[in-house]
Every structure is written in C-alpha cells, then in structure tokens.
Design a protein around this ligand. Structure first.
Ligand code: HEM
Length: 160
C-alpha cells in the first residue's frame, strides 16, 4: 500500500485549492499600511461627526449643516471603515489578491478630498464645492469597486 500523499492533477480543483492556500499564506494576517490608514481615518471622521452633538444639540439637526455632519459619519466613518476592513478581509475569504501599489492611496486621496470638499461646501453654502466633492467621492467608490471586482469574481488563488 502506498503512503504517498495524493497528488493534485494539473489544472484541477486540488491545484486551485493549493494555489489559494499559498496565496493566503503569502498575504498573512497583518493589516497593510493602507488599510490601517483607512481605519485610523475612520476614527477621526467619527470624532468629527460627533461634534454635531455639542454644536447642534443633536447628531442630525434640521439646519443646513445636516448633510455635512451626516456625511462625516457615512462617507468619512462608515465608508473608510468598509474600505479598510473590506480591503483586508475580502482577499482572505476568496484567495484572490486585491490591487495594491498606488491604487489604495489614490482611492484614499479621492475619498479624503471628496469628503472634505462635500462637507466644507455644505458648511459654506458653496454648491460648486459640494458637487466637486461628490464627484471625487464617487470616483473613490468606483476605484474601490474596480479593486474589489477581481477579488470577488476572479478564480481562487488566481490559478483558474
Ligand atoms: C459619493 C458619495 C456620496 C454622495 C455624493 C452623497 C450625496 C448626498 C446628497 C447630495 C444628499 C442629499 C443631502 C441634502 O439633503 O441636501 C445625500 C443624502 C444622504 N446620504 Fe449621501 N452621498 C454619498 C455617500 C453616502 C454614503 C456612503 C451613505 C451611507 C453609508 C450616504 C447616506 C445618505 C443618507 C442617509 C442621506 C439622507 C440624509 C437625510 O436624511 O437628510 N451617503 N447624500
């Protein structure tokens, strides 16, 4: 009776699984610098959003600043948290790597510039600044979608 471990067939499911495991081992458990920065930034935006409480007496007042404080929370806190946690966890669930390099930093620059312009535009009552911020934030969302798409729909470990 042979004691040798079963060998995966070339191009088969066993090989794909081995590729996925190797990719995950290479990814490791620790957060990359960009994902850490997204999560730290999320905390900062949460604290800024919380300023609405002492300033307006409620997190969401009916004043003109309502969309500003709301989007400090949604665009700043929620979205940044999703970027950081999603960018870290999704590749580990599927075994497909996420686009790194300059892409996450560009995505981060766009969302910071977008959130800041959007919020400042509402505070100042400058419609053009609100629209500019909206476009920048939307571009950041589009970039995250482009980075996450191959993670979700690529083959496990990139072997198929
Ligand atoms: C590209 C990013 C985004 C843009 C350009 C955007 C833009 C807007 C605008 C123009 C409004 C109407 C504000 C007004 O009443 O004058 C709005 C409302 C709202 N947005 Fe966003 N938004 C974005 C992202 C988000 C995200 C990520 C969330 C949640 C996770 C969110 C949640 C909401 C909610 C709940 C309201 C309704 C606020 C209310 O009840 O007054 N938005 N958004």
């Amino acid at each position: 009776m042979s004691t040798a471990a079963p060998q995966p067939t070339a191009g088969g499911p066993a090989e794909a699984r081995l590729g996925a495991e190797a990719a995950m081992a290479q990814m490791g458990m620790t957060f990359s610098r960009d994902n850490r920065c997204f999560i730290v930034a999320a905390q900062v935006y949460l604290m800024l959003a919380g300023l609405g409480l002492p300033i307006n007496g409620s997190l969401l007042s009916d004043s003109a600043s309502r969309p500003a404080f709301l989007h400090l929370f949604t665009l700043g806190f929620l979205l940044m948290m999703i970027y950081g946690i999603g960018g870290h966890m999704l590749p580990r669930f599927t075994g497909n790597p996420i686009r790194e390099g300059a892409w996450p930093w560009l995505q981060m620059g766009l969302v910071h510039a977008g959130a800041a312009s959007f919020v400042a535009g509402y505070f100042a009552g400058w419609h053009g600044l609100v629209v500019a911020g909206a476009i920048l934030a939307w571009l950041s969302l589009a970039m995250f979608a482009a980075r996450v798409w191959p993670v979700l729909w690529g083959s496990p470990g990139g072997t198929r």
